[in-house]
Design a protein around this ligand. Structure first.
Ligand SMILES: [Zn+2]
Ligand SMILES: [Zn+2]
Length: 754
């Protein structure tokens, strides 16, 4: 790219305070910029266009315009740089941002406050916290100088900071406090979450007599919200003489960020009663509030308001609407908005893909990502991770590998977020080796990558490796959070390491100061229950201070089934069905408990109750990916074209299995039929159909990856051990709880799984 010459560089611009340069976010001041010379007027008109595109979120368009500007030989000024840096920040274009940074220094703008603030914002948005902090420290030094020059004597807040010499103080006579400076510095404080410095600026604002300036107050609210201090934000909001739409927006968004979606919606109601007209930013805020609390009806109502306001073609709002509908699990509505969008940017595609994953429609998500690439939309890191989630959800390992290649080609492979997405995808698709390879190839890891790897070990039942990995995390000072503990405890639970699990659970609050959540209790009940310590598990549930949910009782109910405890099972099932009357698994487990105890009447009663209450039974299905195509099987499938070959293969396998000691486990076949029919029924379970299909359609020796939407059944688990031995194949089965690795007649779970 050709650099324009810097002849127009003025000595004046070396001064930090250059009154000509206004911050981009004070729109009113934009209009006040009067054109001067021809060159200047050119820059100003270019800048106005740039600002318009940045504001509309059209980052690529902004960059294109900037290139055109250079081709026409127009020298960018400070305002241009501010716009470009904002575009870089919004699109997280770090390399471009760094290049602009170097350019601003060359152009003599090193100490321009507005550029420095944009740099802080750019580095923070690109995740370069250290660079952002470095720039912020520079701003703060200059700000201290500015303030001490402005009102000598008012040094209480800034005194002693950064050790300024008196000679360094800016020579400034009769300087008026500039709201723009406060706004810029508050923005920088918000970017690096510098609450103390922000409070200090707040004091200065009051001392300067700007305490009732709406723009300044809105920046204060924004700063407090972004620093997580919603109380202080309320303080500013309440003392404002009049609040405008920007003030309300900041408060609404603040509550959404604190996870108080309901409160945000209530604020929106209040805002309307006060007669303040919402703008597109308000809608973005309330839509994300709806999304966070899954308030579909409220979301639909806001959609209507958006149409009434005539701003439904706004790209931001389109994306927010898709996100809201997707998070409220209404993919039909989301698809309708998506279909009507004029320009679908990467954010819209990503929201659609994630929505399908959330609704359990991983294949639709993958189809959409193919369509996206066909339409020439290039994936960004967030999109890649969404597609990896889709692969993980359906176990599309081959597709996942292909996405991995694309990630390497795009140069995103050392991105923490992408790395943890890859680790998660490979683990869930059954290849812990690939997950480990990704982890080891990353030059650095953040806490999320470490935890993703730990989750992989847990899912695969590699408890020893999980414990070693956890120890390494502690040694390297990685932040241990509650997600880490969920993985650690489930690793212990899957491997039956009861003492270790109890020990780590105890250390959570005593050593790591993390209070256990319901998820941790589920792991612990699972751990104790599987080990047969049912009473201990029940006692633990009774110690939970908040109301235990159905999931906790369900874990105990599962244990009652494994250990055949009918009395406790009845009692616990009652609790589960009280808390969640639509719990299909609750009915199924209880009827299984009765069946196993030969109480067939009671078992049938429970099934009858389930039907009467309209609780549908989820049908089990198993799928396998062969040659990039997914084949799905259901119980006693009649549709697959290769069905007769599959049945013949199963018959052949059964003959060999019977020969080496396989005994069908008909315990859980809840049909009132004779034994022979039960065995026939078992042999047509979807797991077995998928395995036979895999054996027929892949070269000898290739591992088979099988996925089941429910827990694998006991008979299929036993049969798979035999099949793995006879066919000399590794068979990796992922069910709803964990991953089983069958090899040479054994399973990695060592049969400790039910
Ligand atoms: Zn089965
Ligand atoms: Zn197993």
């Amino acid at each position: 790219m050709r650099h324009p010459d810097f002849k127009h560089k003025t000595t004046k611009s070396a001064l930090w305070l250059d009154s000509k340069y206004k911050p981009s976010w004070v729109d009113a001041e934009l209009a006040a910029m009067a054109p001067g010379t021809v060159q200047e007027s050119n820059v100003v008109s270019w800048n106005t266009r740039l600002a318009r595109h940045v504001k509309a979120g059209q980052n690529e368009k902004t960059m294109e315009l900037f290139r055109q500007m250079q081709q026409e030989g127009i020298t960018p000024d400070a305002f241009t740089f501010v716009q470009i840096l904002n575009a870089c920040a919004n699109s997280q274009a770090l390399d471009e941002g760094r290049r602009i940074h170097a350019w601003t220094i060359q152009s003599g703008y090193e100490s321009n406050v507005f550029i420095s603030c944009s740099l802080v914002n750019m580095y923070a948005k690109c995740g370069r916290d250290k660079d952002a902090q470095k720039e912020f420290d520079k701003i703060w030094t200059h700000y201290v100088m500015y303030w001490s020059a402005m009102i000598p004597g008012h040094m209480e807040c800034v005194e002693g900071q950064k050790g300024l010499e008196p000679s360094q103080q800016v020579q400034c006579e009769a300087m008026q406090p500039d709201p723009g400076i406060f706004v810029a510095v508050l923005n920088a404080c918000a970017s690096v979450v510098a609450l103390e410095e922000g409070r200090c600026v707040h004091e200065h604002i009051i001392q300067s007599g700007l305490g009732s300036n709406v723009v300044v107050n809105n920046s204060l609210i924004d700063m407090y919200v972004k620093c997580g201090s919603i109380d202080n934000a309320w303080g500013v909001f309440n003392q404002m003489p009049t609040q405008d739409v920007v003030s309300w927006n900041a408060m609404i968004l603040g509550h959404v960020k604190c996870g108080q979606g309901q409160k945000a919606l209530a604020l929106y109601g209040e805002m309307q009663r006060e007669g303040v007209q919402p703008d597109p930013y308000t809608f973005v805020g309330v839509l994300s509030a709806c999304a966070s609390v899954e308030a579909l009806e409220e979301g639909r109502h806001i959609h209507e308001q958006i149409i009434q306001c005539g701003c439904e073609s706004n790209v931001f709002l389109g994306n927010s609407l898709i996100d809201m509908y997707a998070k409220c699990r209404s993919m039909e509505d989301a698809g309708r908005v998506f279909g009507m969008m004029h320009t679908r940017n990467i954010v819209a595609w990503t929201a659609m893909i994630l929505g399908h994953v959330k609704c359990g429609e991983g294949h639709k998500a993958l189809a959409l990502s193919h369509q996206m690439q066909q339409e020439g939309v290039r994936p960004d890191p967030v999109n890649f991770v969404a597609v990896l989630n889709a692969c993980a959800s359906v176990g599309a390992l081959e597709e996942g590998r292909y996405v991995h290649k694309q990630i390497i080609q795009s140069g995103f492979e050392s991105d923490f977020f992408v790395g943890s997405g890859l680790i998660d995808m490979y683990s869930k698709c059954g290849s812990i080796e690939d997950a480990q390879r990704v982890f080891n190839s990353m030059p650095k890891h953040d806490a999320v990558c470490w935890t993703a790897m730990l989750g992989g070990y847990a899912m695969h039942g590699h408890a020893k490796q999980a414990l070693k990995h956890f120890k390494q995390m502690c040694d390297e000072g990685v932040e241990i959070n509650n997600v880490t503990f969920v993985s650690l405890l489930s690793a212990c639970s899957h491997a039956g390491l009861v003492d270790e699990g109890v020990h780590y659970f105890g250390s959570m609050s005593s050593v790591y100061r993390i209070s256990p959540t319901v998820e941790h209790y589920v792991c612990m009940v699972d751990l104790l229950g599987r080990a047969g310590r049912l009473q201990e598990a029940e006692d633990l549930i009774n110690t939970i201070s908040c109301e235990p949910n159905a999931a906790v009782w369900m874990a105990l109910l599962g244990a009652c089934r494994v250990h055949g405890n009918v009395e406790m099972g009845e009692r616990i099932a009652k609790r589960v069905l009280e808390l969640d009357p639509q719990s299909e698994a609750g009915y199924v487990l209880l009827s299984n408990i009765y069946a196993a105890a030969d109480k067939w009447d009671l078992s049938a009663n429970v099934q009858q109750q389930r039907l009467e209450r309209g609780v549908k039974k989820q049908t089990g299905c198993t799928w396998i990916e062969v040659n990039n195509e997914v084949h799905t099987f259901r119980l006693d499938d009649q549709e697959h074209p290769q069905l007769s070959e599959i049945h013949a293969e199963l018959e052949r396998l059964y003959r060999q299995m019977n020969h080496i000691g396989y005994v069908p486990d008909t315990k859980f076949v809840l049909h009132d039929v004779d034994e022979e029919e039960k065995v026939f029924h078992l042999s047509h379970h979807s797991e077995k159909l998928a395995i036979a299909f895999g054996l027929l359609n892949t070269p000898a020796g290739t591992p088979l990856h099988i996925f089941k939407n429910l827990q694998v059944c006991g008979d299929c688990h036993t049969a798979t051990k035999f099949i793995a031995k006879i066919a000399r194949r590794e068979i990796i089965v992922r069910d709803v709880n964990r991953i089983h690795h069958f090899k040479d007649g054994l399973c990695s779970c060592r049969d400790y799984w039910q």
